[in-house]
Design a protein around this ligand. Structure first.
Ligand SMILES: *Cc1c(COP(=O)(O)O)cnc(C)c1O
Length: 390
């Protein structure tokens, strides 16, 4: 068939030869931290379902009950006619869970970051962005039109220097992941808040990998590091530990009111499906009432880290919690390792540029409370076979 974009096949071939072309496969979810790909059952170490809630019978049941009472789609944006009783219940549940006055929902965490940043700063302002921040934060910074200052990962001296030079801007916003999604390390939130206070800046924290995983109550890294009152905006996602779909911001009523007026991805997208909201409410209740899930996740993470250390398998040392990156450098090496791990029954994601910087391709293990001892032992044995130098 003639193509309207003749340059594309050459560009795709270039990606292919650089080891960077993205493929796609069909993944059938199975219960208990597993999935099926190409007819083969694999332990799934590439999922963000940290607490095993995506398939929890109570969460599924809540969605089904809502489906019996509501349409599948919300049929309108939340401002027009799409904000159903299920949405209101979820907003309230999130505000209560986060200990905040109010909460606002977004179609995804990506949309929450993009929409929130662009609602807070514009051309008169400057935004400071860690180089390893999630793409949605970076895209939000770009879309906002604010001056963008990217600083080397967690380099506070550079940030301080840049803040020093930024006094003439109307507003200064520092944006950061709480847990860096591909490295699994924790942002220096106390220090970032300290700098923000010194230079009259605000801090926005993306708790995508923190919610449900970190903190005594599972509210995330801000809770764990006791900076909830010092962080101006906390963005979260429902798609990871909460096991469903959607993004949110929980905060003071004034912030939430502002976002209802100004966050374009929220204003101009259809509201979340009601059944998703019902499922998320139940998942949040489980996170509150079953902290043992969080303990199990940490036990699993500690077990794998300990075993890998004993086997002298090099993991990224700054990482904590369920994200364990194994640096390999070369994209082909990462893809080959992924394939060999699959032959041994484990799905572990090979992460390549542009998701991570050039030369830092890696395997990224993502653990879940749903993994049992057999899953973890299978993983460790497979990694030993695939990664040990012959
Ligand atoms: C996954 C992720 C997002 C996006 O969340 P979705 O709800 O999947 O769109 C945002 N920020 C970070 C750090 C993430 O890892």
């Amino acid at each position: 068939m003639p193509t309207p974009f003749p340059w594309m096949s050459a560009e795709l071939a270039a990606l292919e030869s650089a080891g960077l072309r993205r493929g796609r496969r069909e993944t059938r979810p199975l219960f208990g931290g597993a999935c099926e790909i190409d007819g083969r059952r694999l332990w799934n170490f590439a999922s963000n379902d940290y607490l095993g809630l995506a398939g929890d019978p109570r969460v599924v049941d809540a969605a089904q009950t809502a489906l019996a009472e509501a349409s599948v789609g919300a049929s309108a944006s939340a401002l027009v006619a799409g904000r159903t009783p299920w949405h209101v219940r979820l907003e309230q549940a999130l505000a209560r869970f986060e200990g905040q006055e109010a909460a606002i929902l977004f179609p995804t965490g990506y949309a929450a970051n993009v929409g929130t940043i662009a609602a807070l700063v514009d051309e008169s302002d400057v935004v400071f962005c860690d180089r390893l921040n999630h793409a949605s934060l970076i895209d939000g910074c770009r879309l906002s039109g604010a001056k963008l200052r990217v600083f080397r990962h967690s380099e506070l001296e550079t940030l301080e220097r840049e803040l020093h030079k930024a006094a003439t801007f109307r507003r200064r916003l520092i944006v950061t992941d709480a847990i860096f999604s591909m490295d699994g390390d924790v942002a220096p939130l106390r220090e970032l808040c300290g700098l923000a206070e010194r230079f009259e800046a605000d801090v926005l924290v993306d708790e995508a990998h923190g919610t449900g995983v970190f903190g005594e109550q599972g509210r995330g890294v801000c809770e764990q590091l006791c900076v909830e009152d010092r962080v101006a905006v906390r963005v979260g996602t429902l798609s990871k530990a909460i096991g469903t779909l959607g993004g949110f911001v929980a905060g003071p009523q004034s912030l939430v009111d502002w976002l209802w007026n100004k966050a374009r991805p929220q204003v101009f997208s259809t509201a979340l499906p009601p059944a998703i909201c019902a499922a998320a409410v139940t998942a949040i209740e489980i996170i509150r009432s079953e902290p043992e899930r969080r303990s199990k996740l940490w036990q699993n993470s500690d077990f794998v880290r300990r075993e890998l250390a004993q086997l002298k398998i090099d993991v990224s040392l700054d990482s904590v919690g369920p994200i364990i990156p194994i640096p390999l450098g070369d994209p082909d090496a990462a893809v080959a390792a992924q394939r060999k791990l699959e032959e041994r029954g484990c799905l572990v994601a090979a992460i390549r540029p542009p998701t991570v910087p050039q030369g830092t391709s890696r395997l990224r293990i993502s653990l879940s409370a749903a993994h049992d001892e057999l899953a973890l032992k299978t993983l460790v044995a497979a990694l030993l076979e695939v990664l040990s130098v012959p």
